[in-house]
Design a protein around this ligand. Structure first.
Ligand code: HXC
Length: 519
């Protein structure tokens, strides 16, 4: 063979590898509304930036006559490329080869790029579309998964990890995405569960469809496993790229500041009117978020899950921030188990990757009741408290309206090392709301008044006194718990200036092996 023949052979090999499991299986993949592994990678990365690794790897299995069926690449495409010019490592499971099932060598390929990503300090993107452990490989496949899990754990908080689920992801395989920072599921074409419908039926008798057990809607609304439910793979791919805009390459870098054309001193007069007259009336906190941030651009995480708290990324004068906001429009913005878990995880992700946190507070308290107490709201609420208290990134807090009781402390209060704590004049910062307070303080007197009208007048008068004296921002401001009371329409400017000032903030936690967050 002369060199020309050898080059021709290389080109042929490459072509063969790029065909994965063959044209028929590719057509089947397309017919299901799915892209192939290589198509996905090409769309995720900047054009022409993909460098594929281990294209010629094949499996080593000889059981079940497996040596007779070999595919180059063995069911997963791995390598690196760039997104907006920044290096990322990526793997995409190739369903056209053995249903994307994981073999020993397939796991080695993934581990290789994960190790390199950690050394280089670059994000890792995993695209999941797989029948799980390759049955023919038995325990070697289980070991392969565990090798990946271990690396997911080591990479956690070191480099951003994003998982896209664009097909099946079942059994223990679900734990790799679950260990990563962001999970994106494509609607109708993906599912995740630890045990599928058949086993569920056998063990529990429950008859349930794949979609109802582990489809994108379930995980985006009920379990909270998925941060995003994308309408289709195209939207999922856009979300991968968009998420990385707000994150640095690794924990030692800051997120990239971009040029913004949205004026920093834009006054938003509507904010002066946005809080309803009645303290019990709802409004949509997202209207406030969209008004404040650059160019109405807010990437909301967990949009359909625990809607009483809103979290997501945005920019202020080009500087990425994480936003956490109570949502008065849903359950009056109360903190419950799911809201606490959702926000706690988001706060920790921001802190791990040096993303400042802007918190908008309007919280009546924690949701009362046995279901919350039995479900462990004490431990779950503590997660959010812990996450805020442990975070060392700049923390800017704006109290819009209610900030009552324990929830006041939790929501990035001054004593949890809040750096800049502002309140609107509409803020009500107190131990509890007027109704509860008057009932406790004057219950006996109220019951002694027999005339109903007289009773009502008495309650109204006491409540008004309480509001005037306690349900306002000035008690807290008097003690320095609030740094300033600001005019709502100036909020964007005040946040931007606070973020600029805090940009060089240094804070640390005492040295220790790790904290013991109440998981
Ligand atoms: C080997 C597999 C495979 C697997 C699919 N294939 N799953 N090969 N190991 N786990 C192969 C099929 O034989 C078939 O090969 C091709 O992939 C496509 O599969 P189909 O069944 O034709 O596709 P479809 O109808 O779309 O169904 C997809 C599926 C189904 C729902 C994922 O294949 C399935 O149920 N697979 C088994 C899932 C499973 O039980 N996995 C183990 C879970 S336990 P041909 O040659 O015909 O194209 C697990 C433990 C992980 O994963 C533990 C980690 C700690």
């Amino acid at each position: 063979m002369d060199i020309q023949d050898k080059i021709k052979q290389l080109i042929d090999y490459r072509q063969e590898a790029r065909l994965g499991g063959g044209e028929e299986r590719i057509a089947k993949q397309h017919a299901q509304g799915k892209y192939t592994a290589r198509e996905r990678i090409d769309m995720i990365l900047d054009e022409g930036s993909f460098e594929e690794t281990d294209m010629f790897i094949t499996h080593r299995s000889t059981d079940f006559d497996m040596e007779k069926t070999q595919y180059m690449g063995d069911g997963v495409v791995t390598g690196h490329g760039t997104i907006d010019g920044r290096v990322v490592y990526i793997y995409a499971q190739d369903f056209t080869i053995f249903g994307g099932s994981l073999s020993e060598t397939y796991a080695l390929k993934i581990c290789k790029i994960m190790d390199q990503a950690m050394k280089v300090g670059a994000p890792i993107i995993g695209v999941n579309d797989s029948g799980g452990a390759r049955i023919q490989e038995g325990v070697k496949s289980l070991a392969g998964y565990a090798e990946i899990f271990q690396r997911n754990i080591m990479a956690s908080g070191l480099v951003p990890q994003i998982s896209a689920i664009f097909g099946p992801c079942a059994g223990g395989a679900v734990y790799s995405p679950a260990l990563t920072d962001v999970v994106i599921m494509s609607d109708k074409t993906s599912y995740m569960f630890v045990t599928g419908p058949k086993v569920t039926k056998t063990v529990t008798g429950e008859d349930i469809s794949i979609e109802d057990l582990g489809g994108a809607t379930i995980h985006a609304t009920k379990s909270g496993v998925a941060h995003f439910r994308a309408d289709d793979e195209d939207e999922g791919i856009m979300l991968i790229r968009k998420t990385l805009e707000f994150l640095p390459q690794n924990n030692l870098e800051d997120p990239i500041i971009t040029q913004s054309n949205d004026p920093i001193d834009r006054l938003d007069d509507n904010l002066n009117e946005i809080i309803p007259k009645s303290s019990n009336q709802a409004y949509d906190v997202k209207d406030i978020i969209y008004t404040l941030v650059d160019n109405d651009d807010f990437l909301e995480f967990h949009r359909h899950y625990a809607k009483n708290i809103v979290v997501g990324f945005a920019k202020f004068n080009g500087r990425p921030v994480g936003i956490v906001a109570n949502q008065p429009n849903y359950l009056a913005g109360v903190l419950d188990i799911n809201a606490s878990r959702k926000a706690a995880r988001f706060v920790r992700m921001c802190d791990a990757f040096n993303v400042p946190i802007v918190t908008l507070v309007d919280v009546p308290g924690f949701l009362p009741g046995s279901s919350q107490e039995y479900g462990g709201i004490i431990a779950h609420g503590a997660k959010l408290l812990f996450a805020y208290g442990e975070a060392t990134v700049p923390k800017i807090t704006i109290t819009l309206r209610k900030s009552y009781g324990g929830a006041h402390d939790v929501m990035s209060s001054k004593q949890l090392r809040g750096d800049v704590n502002y309140a609107w004049p509409s803020a009500e910062i107190a131990v509890m709301g007027p109704k509860g307070a008057i009932e406790i303080l004057h219950g006996k007197e109220i019951r002694e008044i027999k005339d109903i009208d007289e009773q009502k007048t008495f309650i109204a008068q006491k409540e008004a006194e309480y509001v005037a004296n306690f349900a306002n921002p000035y008690q807290a401001a008097k003690y320095g718990y609030i740094d300033d009371v600001i005019e709502p329409r100036n909020t964007r400017f005040r946040i931007i200036r606070a973020l600029q000032t805090m940009a060089t903030k240094k804070d640390t936690n005492p040295p220790k092996k790790h904290s013991n967050i109440p998981l």
